[in-house]
Write a protein that binds this ligand. Structure first.
Ligand SMILES: Cc1cc2nc3c(=O)[nH]c(=O)nc-3n(C[C@H](O)[C@H](O)[C@H](O)COP(=O)(O)OP(=O)(O)OC[C@H]3O[C@@H](n4cnc5c(N)ncnc54)[C@H](O)[C@@H]3O)c2cc1C
Ligand code: SF4
Length: 324
């Protein structure tokens, strides 16, 4: 690993000042479970000259309900979210998503802010020593397009440059299903606008912007939610596909539904057509399956990942049936 400066700062202002001073050559480090792996493997052509450790800022790890919203500090560890009673009881989809992320060790280190801001997991991109200087690193080609696409997008690539890597976060679809807002040092961003499909970045955050809190409106009475994940291993494995569903029912019929998938596209994917199938209906095996079909309408799987379409359909169906 190359040398870099390391700052243990105690305020967000200090962090922002340092980010501005280094102008894109510094990185925020929270749990470090994503960032340090990238640095150790030297996957990128250039490295941060400085790491700004935000874990030394007091008061950014909390979970509380306030004014009808659940508020979670960006530095809250995934393990704490998975086991928190309020989250389990009122926001089950998030508790389950946090619980299914990575392994117990990684959940003890990894934060919710880092989980949302983590980089993509394409195996060409992540190959050690920058062996594949692809589009996302400023290179001239996508190695996956002509290579092994087992774990790539089934809904097309990044708008600008054709990168077909998927977004790997487990908590992101849960937060999308829960209509979360992301608070930063500059603004509040609705989760639907937080991720982006530009090649070099996964979020809309500016160079000098830090996620500080996540706010989630309390789900309406009669809401049930479920997170399901298909991965090759039970632990320490990224999703092949994951699915987060929230359904609000009244008198046995669906009043509102949000169905979200991840690891299927460059950003977390909300399956709006799938939601329409069950709106106003009593949930049955038949319409849950139809909703699964609608969720993958328009999918354009690649030569190696057609199986992901079936996985996505099945997860949607099962998550709906589990949320009634
Ligand atoms: C073996 C392994 C398995 C894994 N499995 C999974 C999995 O199943 N599901 C999954 O979702 N993830 C998985 N991960 C990825 C990762 O561990 C988690 O996403 C974790 O939550 C990242 O959080 P962190 O605090 O460690 O992030 P860091 O590594 O500290 O940061 C990640 C990125 O986010 C930025 N960042 C961090 N905090 C902030 C902030 N507050 N504001 C702005 N930018 C910020 C950093 O600059 C960095 O670019 C896995 C990782 C490994 C190594
Ligand atoms: S899919 Fe994206 S990250 Fe992977 S090789 Fe292609 S451009 Fe690079």
């Amino acid at each position: 690993m190359k040398k870099f400066a390391h700052f243990n700062i105690t305020t967000l202002d200090e962090a922002v000042t340092l980010l501005r001073r280094y102008r894109g050559r510094a990185a925020i480090i929270a749990g470090g479970t994503d960032l340090l792996g990238k640095m150790k493997d030297r996957i990128l052509p250039s490295y941060p000259e400085a790491l700004i450790n935000v874990k030394t800022i007091p008061g950014l790890d909390f979970i509380k309900e306030e004014n009808g919203r659940l508020k979670i500090g960006a530095l809250t560890r995934l393990e704490d979210i998975a086991h928190n009673r309020v989250v389990k009881e009122g926001y089950a989809v998030l508790s389950e998503a946090a619980h299914r992320t990575a392994s117990p060790h990684l959940r003890e280190m990894g934060t919710i802010g880092g989980n949302l801001c983590q980089d993509i997991r394409c195996w060409y991109y992540r190959n050690a020593d920058n062996r594949f200087p692809c589009l996302r690193k400023g290179g001239g080609r996508c190695y996956a397009q002509a290579g092994d696409t087992r774990y790539h997008s089934i809904f097309g690539g990044s708008v600008e440059e054709g990168c077909i890597a998927v977004h790997p976060s487990d908590t992101a679809p849960a937060l999308l299903a829960l209509k979360a807002d992301i608070k930063t040092t500059k603004r509040t961003i609705g989760i639907e606008d937080f991720f982006q499909v530009k090649v070099t970045k996964t979020t809309v955050l500016d160079e000098d912007e830090i996620v500080t809190e996540i706010h989630i409106p309390k789900p309406a009475n009669g809401t049930k939610s479920t997170f399901l994940k298909f991965a090759l291993r039970k632990s320490i494995d990224f999703p092949i596909v994951n699915c987060a569903v929230t359904i609000t029912s009244s008198k046995g019929k669906v009043e509102a539904a949000r169905i979200c998938l991840n690891a299927v596209y460059v950003i977390p994917y909300r399956a709006v057509e799938a939601e329409k199938i069950i709106l106003g209906q009593k949930i049955t095996e038949v319409n849950a399956a139809a909703s699964g079909e609608a969720a993958v309408e328009g999918a354009t799987p690649l030569k190696d990942n057609q199986y992901m379409v079936q996985v996505a359909k099945t997860l949607v169906k099962r998550a709906i049936l589990a949320s009634q």
